[in-house]
Ligand binder design. Structure first.
Ligand code: C2E
Ligand code: MG
Ligand code: MG
Ligand code: MG
Length: 278
């Protein structure tokens, strides 16, 4: 019986694994050529100043629309892009596109706004990354301090020297560094100091519990105080309710990003939407 059970269990997992591998294979196959077919689109999610209730910047978030697969979420396709190395050309597309849009958006008003772009650890393997960013800034007429690069703690953990050098160079250029998903990895204060981070983003998983969960509220309070003592701007991710916003304001959080104000939206929607919050 144990043997039968074992066999059933085996075939059950093998079927699941088969489905998973097939899906992965399909995604990989479709991803080659997706850039050429123009299937990627950037959405933008505004970041609001808590006190002024004005838009201070946006985060660029990548979307993939494919005719065979439908819409694929970044949580599914980014790991595959990283695995195949396609994250390099896709990541360049994101940087260029985001900066082009920032230039266009800034031409419609006269206040300085920030464009935050997510960088995958794999993109640091591209030895031309920095020169690509520099030339993109120049071509799009965007000044370096309007660009913010979001990286996660995982990037720093690897301790690789080329990443170290790239981060130093990014800061030296005047580009802002943002620590994404803070609190989910092996958060280390020393990283924040060592690399002159400008922004700390408190992960959504801490925000979702506040204000009712006292432990989470206390933690968020501590993170904000700590970040401020290091001179960092604090962004709360995934703010969905008025109650969350109210507590974050009381705790002195600088910026909020989340469905309460806006989901990530298409470029032209952002231009319309932001008019009222400039
Ligand atoms: P992230 O950088 O931490 O982005 C925040 C995620 O939270 C986004 O998911 C956003 O849509 C979602 N979000 C924002 N506000 C709320 C809210 O109030 N409630 C809820 N439930 N969710 C909210 P998205 O767009 O699916 O992206 C997921 C992750 O994929 C990103 O997490 C980022 O790590 C990665 N990603 C997205 N675009 C890019 C990209 O261009 N390059 C790279 N390397 N990674 C990207
Ligand atoms: Mg991010
Ligand atoms: Mg995040
Ligand atoms: Mg995330």
């Amino acid at each position: 019986q144990a043997k039968d059970l074992g066999r059933n269990t085996y075939s059950f997992f093998s079927k699941e694994m088969n489905t998973m591998m097939l899906r992965r294979f399909e995604l990989e196959e479709q991803m080659h050529g997706a850039l050429e077919r123009n299937e990627f689109e950037l959405y933008y999610q505004p970041q609001f100043d808590v006190k002024k209730q004005k838009i201070m910047g946006v985060e660029a978030l990548l979307r993939w629309h494919n005719s065979a697969l439908g819409n694929v979420t970044p949580d599914e396709f980014i790991p595959i892009a990283e695995h195949t190395g396609l994250i390099i050309p896709i990541g360049r597309f994101v940087i260029k596109q985001a900066l082009m849009f920032l230039n266009e958006w800034q031409n419609t008003h006269h206040r300085k706004v920030t464009m935050a772009v997510n960088l995958s650890p794999c993109q640091f393997r591209d030895s031309e990354l920095l020169s690509f960013i520099k030339s993109s800034l120049k071509e799009t007429n965007v000044s370096a301090d309007n660009l913010e690069l979001e990286i996660t703690e995982g990037v720093l953990m690897s301790g690789q020297s080329h990443i170290h050098d790239a981060l130093i160079e990014i800061s030296a250029l005047g580009i802002k560094l943002s620590m994404d998903d803070f609190g989910t990895g092996y958060s280390s204060l020393s990283y924040l100091r060592q690399y002159a981070f400008d922004v700390l983003k408190i992960d959504q998983s801490f925000i979702s519990g506040i204000p009712l969960n006292k432990a989470d509220s206390e933690l968020v309070n501590t993170i904000i105080a700590m970040a401020h003592s290091l001179g960092l701007t604090v962004v709360a991710e995934g703010v969905e309710t008025k109650e969350q916003l109210k507590l974050l304001e009381e705790l002195g959080c600088d910026l909020v990003q989340g469905y309460y104000f806006s989901k990530p939206i298409k470029a032209r929607h952002l231009i319309d939407f932001s008019v009222n919050y400039m």
